[in-house]
Design a protein. Structure first.
Length: 444
């Protein structure tokens, strides 16, 4: 089912001489987007404002439920909770170094629209999520292009600027530390991380500076700590936007030594670590299995169970409490073409195996490995088709999109999407599939 604004946009795009099919060429040249090296979908996606904001409300409500899981299901025992999520002792010590505190509402929820409603794939509680640089800037640049601006005005289009929302969140986070001055914010990658992500984070830096933030990009090893206060190039840092991951710290021989002064500075109140490593207690995909598992239904209110059932596909952990869950494995074998397997702790489509593209023997092997290493199986959600006019051929082609919904402590913070030609890849993501395109999102 295609919404009326999409139908109208494609109709106008197919008109002789229409500038709309090539409008993204202008957007690509925008100074705040030109540094990004990815590719764009030829048109933005459109969504009813009421629908996207209602789903954002559901995501935020689910955030509160997810972050309460250790207390609800394990009486606050983080050791038992981490064991259920297949988090080993070394990672647990790193993740809970600040005491297991509840992280601020910040991240990117990923979802599909199945033609009827949005369905949540991952709640994305993390500060290292990507896309915030483009989510607000693509629609902003589109609205500054005259042909699109005319269409937008005629159809009441608007958007929520993700960059502006993030800048507000970081400013507010640093207020207590900065003592009345504008806070200095440092986005920190892991050791060697800028070799892969410098262009992406530098684009984000430019967006943040556009909203008045004193914002810098570096690696965690670039910090110094005179008097215990983090400094970058001689400049005191008030907020660290953490984009180094657990795996990056664990994988570096000096990782623990690099991160410990940051933890101490956060504890002493000389810097705000945004977000703390504890976010990884709840970004783990096994959290969704804990929500979905009927054995835990009595720990949720009726309204919470209704919320879970409404937004979350059937999800189960492959890790049995004591041994291989033969009954679950048998179910997964019988329903292979309806299920997808996802490792608990990875992101960006790493390790994801779609049952409908996997031979039976390989699927069984993957299930057994997932049970040993920590993985979930989830009901397949087929994303609706998004018809797009190809600017080169003039033909309408079907694409499928994964939507990314951003949220901050202030609430809903905008959205963007990644899209692939329909049914060309079981995983939709820039790092997972080379033909993935990025799309802006506007509401009506």
């Amino acid at each position: 089912m295609v919404n009326p604004v999409t139908e109208l946009y494609n109709k106008e795009s197919l008109a002789e001489g229409s500038p709309l099919p090539t409008i993204m060429g202008e957007v690509e040249k925008d100074p705040k987007l030109a540094g990004w090296t990815g590719s764009y979908l030829p048109r933005p996606l459109f969504v009813e404002r009421r629908e996207i904001e209602a789903f954002a409300d559901d995501v935020l409500a689910l955030f509160d439920v997810v972050t309460s899981l250790p207390e609800r299901l394990f009486d606050g025992d983080l050791d038992a909770y981490c064991a259920a999520l297949s988090i080993d002792d070394g990672r647990k010590q790193l993740i809970t170094r600040l005491g297991g505190t509840t992280p601020p509402r910040y991240g990117r929820a990923d979802m599909y629209h199945d033609g009827t409603s949005f369905k949540l794939l991952e709640i994305g509680i993390a500060s290292e999520v990507g896309g915030a640089d483009r989510a607000g800037e693509i629609p902003r640049a589109l609205l500054e292009a005259a042909p699109f601006a005319e269409f937008a005005q005629a159809n009441g289009l608007g958007f929520t600027h993700t960059g502006q929302s993030v800048a507000t969140a970081l400013t507010e986070a640093g207020a207590a530390v900065a003592d009345g001055r504008d806070p200095v914010v440092a986005l920190l990658e892991g050791p060697g991380g800028l070799a892969d992500y410098a262009s992406h984070w530098n684009t984000f830096r430019d967006v943040m500076r556009g909203f008045g933030l004193d914002f810098h990009v570096a690696e965690i090893g670039d910090l110094t700590f005179p008097g215990g206060k983090p400094h970058l190039g001689g400049r005191p840092v008030d907020v660290i936007l953490r984009c180094f991951t657990v795996e990056e710290i664990m994988g570096d021989p000096h990782g623990a030594d690099l991160v410990e002064p940051v933890f101490r500075a956060h504890e002493e109140g000389s810097v705000v670590l945004f977000t703390p490593m504890e976010s990884n207690l709840f970004a783990n995909k096994a959290c969704l299995a804990l929500l979905s598992d009927p054995r835990h239904h009595d720990r949720f209110t009726g309204a919470e169970r209704e919320l879970i059932d409404r937004v979350l596909p059937w999800t189960r952990s492959l890790k049995g409490e004591d041994s291989l869950d033969d009954e679950l494995i048998a179910y997964c074998r019988a329903h292979r073409e309806e299920l997808i397997l996802k490792p608990n702790a990875f992101y960006g489509g790493v390790g994801v195996i779609a049952g409908w593209t996997t031979p039976e023997d390989a699927w069984l092997t993957a299930l057994r490995a997932g049970a040993a290493d920590g993985a979930i199986v989830q009901q397949r959600v087929v994303p609706r088709s998004e018809p797009v006019v190809d600017p080169a051929t003039g033909r309408v082609e079907d694409w499928q999109a994964a939507w990314g919904l951003f949220y901050t402590p202030g609430g809903y913070a905008g959205a963007y999407a990644r899209a692939v030609p329909a049914f060309e890849s079981p995983v939709i993501g820039v790092t997972a599939y080379k033909n993935t395109r990025t799309a802006g999102v506007l509401h009506f």
